[in-house]
Design a protein. Structure first.
Lengths: 128, 447
């Protein structure tokens, strides 16, 4: 459910460090709770995002939620495919359905995120 | 019959329950010195027939556009309303269901709104229109913040040929938002293309124009659209009389990104200035930034067509502080009236109505221009309004005309000091040749 190599925010985003870049998406838990996702709004490449400030919106048939940046920095990639086919958030939240890639200003912000075990505890589940 | 919902014993019980002695106790937090300690100074109650006669006498002190020949427009238009409109729109099923509270229970109301939205899209040549806003001015204000939101830019340009009251409302709407508003001047009655080109920057969210504009002149919307689009800004077009779209090219065809408008001219009475009907329409791509309610057509579990409120995640009850707008209601009855009106007129009907407006206005324009001392202020093509330069102060002209049963045009000095001798005249299909000739005759007499 919650891959060990990822870091997690309390707002249910995951962050994956890829060298000097951080890839961002939402967790399986969030995707399940939202149920069928129908719309995602993502920033433009070049936009600045700030630690735990909204960078986008995800909307399902049940609810609408802000997406929070797990690290401050500049958006260097945006997943157009997920904007066109938001249902992939339900099917592959950690893979195909990544949302943005950030060039972080301060990687140490990631230390303030949760590891897989702590996130699983937060959402009331054991690690898989 | 007393219009008091509770009996004295019931009230005593309620007071005892909450632990106070009498109703006065409920007001004891209000300082004595600001409380009214005597009864209201009202005349004795009238018997029902006397009261009706009294109210009728008061009402007769008003006048209206059935008794006067109205040449006043400037944002509110005296068009003919077919009898089907009040007959259908004021049916109690519609009248009491003035806004969809239990939305999906009210399929008829939702269908009517859906049809209204569809008609607004057809009229403006846009993809999606909402269930209505308060009026043309507030719809235009909403469009400005929508444009800033869509473009993530902070500046909105207003043509000074946009209705001055729309500009005021827009400034009020944006005064507590991170949006700055700047004017783009009109030259010879139309928005200056050169000034627009010079004003638009990389921080410009939108240029707002009106066409036909406040002076009645038809703008070169296509050129203005190109100018703003070149810098990544949007074009907002306000339509103050949608009847014009029966004849003129719709804004969606010349590059408008958001169209707003005043729906009053579509079957709604002048109503002393309100309630009116705000129109707002946009492109599919911008639908999630559209303010207000939106009715969608869908199918139920058995495949039958039905109507729902849709995309509600834009709205406050779901989106809270991050909703697209503060509006959380609509003008459903006024929208219904507009829909019944347009359905009654039909495609040919609105074209015919628009054609009559244009022909009669042009007849009046020539008749007034041929009176010595009067001349048409601006050379641009016009629809049903035009500006006249007068040899006598327009306020004085109006005073004299009213004595002869004519409601004159709008003196422009209150909004444009530099146009102190200018008079904005409107001619709808309701004006007869006799009335227009009578207007020209009176002008001849008082120059």
């Amino acid at each position: 459910m919650y891959p060990k190599e990822l870091r997690y925010s309390k707002e249910h985003e995951w962050a994956k460090v890829e060298g000097k870049r951080v890839r961002v998406g939402i967790t399986k838990f969030a995707a399940d709770r939202l149920s069928d996702v129908v719309y995602v709004e993502l920033p433009q490449v070049g936009a600045e995002v700030a630690f735990m400030q909204p960078f986008g919106v995800v909307e399902s048939v049940k609810a609408v939620s802000d997406l929070y940046a797990p690290v401050s920095g500049k958006v260097i990639e945006v997943n157009r495919a997920v904007a066109e086919k938001p249902e992939m958030i339900n099917t592959d939240p950690y893979g195909e359905a990544w949302m943005i890639v950030i060039e972080p200003r301060n990687l140490s912000e990631l230390d303030r995120l949760l590891d897989a075990a702590a996130y699983a505890a937060l959402v009331g589940e054991g690690t898989s | 019959m007393k219009y008091i919902p509770t009996t004295p014993p019931e009230r005593d019980r309620m007071l005892r329950t909450i632990g106070v002695r009498n109703v006065e106790d409920l007001f004891r937090d209000i300082p004595e010195e600001v409380r009214l300690t005597r009864d209201l100074d009202l005349p004795a109650a009238m018997a029902d027939p006397d009261l009706l006669a009294h109210m009728r006498r008061l009402a007769e002190r008003n006048t209206d556009c059935d008794r006067l020949a109205c040449f006043l427009g400037a944002g509110a238009y005296d068009h003919f309303t077919p009898s089907t409109v009040p007959h259908l729109a004021l049916k109690p099923e519609f009248l009491t269901a003035y806004t969809p509270y239990q939305a999906e229970m009210m399929q008829g109301e939702l269908q009517a709104i859906y049809e209204y939205q569809s008609m607004m899209c057809e009229l403006t040549a846009m993809d999606v229109a909402n269930a209505s806003m308060y009026d043309g001015a507030s719809a235009t204000g909403e469009a400005a913040s929508m444009a800033a939101d869509l473009t993530k830019r902070g500046e909105v340009l207003l043509s000074t040929a946009l209705h001055p009251e729309y500009r005021q409302v827009l400034r009020t709407f944006t005064s507590h938002l991170p949006i700055t508003v700047r004017d783009v001047p009109a030259v010879d009655g139309v928005t200056s293309l050169a000034a627009a080109r010079a004003a638009v920057t990389d921080d410009t969210a939108a240029l707002v124009i009106q066409s036909p504009n406040f002076f009645g002149c038809i703008e070169d919307g296509e050129a203005l659209a190109r100018t703003v689009h070149d810098r990544g800004a949007l074009l907002i077009v306000a339509i103050s009389d949608p009847v014009s779209l029966g004849l003129l090219r719709p804004p969606g065809e010349y590059g408008a990104d958001i169209v707003t408008g005043e729906g009053q001219p579509l079957g709604n009475a002048l109503n002393f200035g309100g309630p009116y009907l705000g129109i707002i329409a946009t492109r599919d791509a911008s639908v999630r930034r559209l303010p207000g309610r939106l009715v969608g057509r869908t199918v139920d579990t058995e495949g039958r067509p039905g109507y729902v409120l849709t995309l509600q995640t834009r709205e406050q009850h779901i989106r809270r502080a991050r909703a697209t707008s503060n509006i959380c209601t609509n003008e459903a009855l006024n929208a219904l009236i507009a829909a019944v009106h347009l359905a009654t007129l039909g495609r040919q009907g609105i074209q015919h109505m628009a054609d009559l407006c244009a022909r009669k206005a042009h007849y009046a324009r020539s008749a007034i221009a041929s009176v010595p001392g009067y001349r048409i202020a601006f050379p641009s093509p016009t629809f049903n309004e035009f500006v006249v330069r007068c040899p006598v102060p327009p306020v004085e002209i109006n005073r004299r005309l009213l004595e002869h049963g004519i409601l004159g045009g709008l003196p422009l000095d209150q909004f444009y000091p530099e146009l102190a001798d200018c008079w904005l005249v409107c001619v709808t299909e309701r004006r007869t040749r006799e009335e227009i000739d009578r207007l020209a005759g009176q002008l001849e007499a008082l120059r």
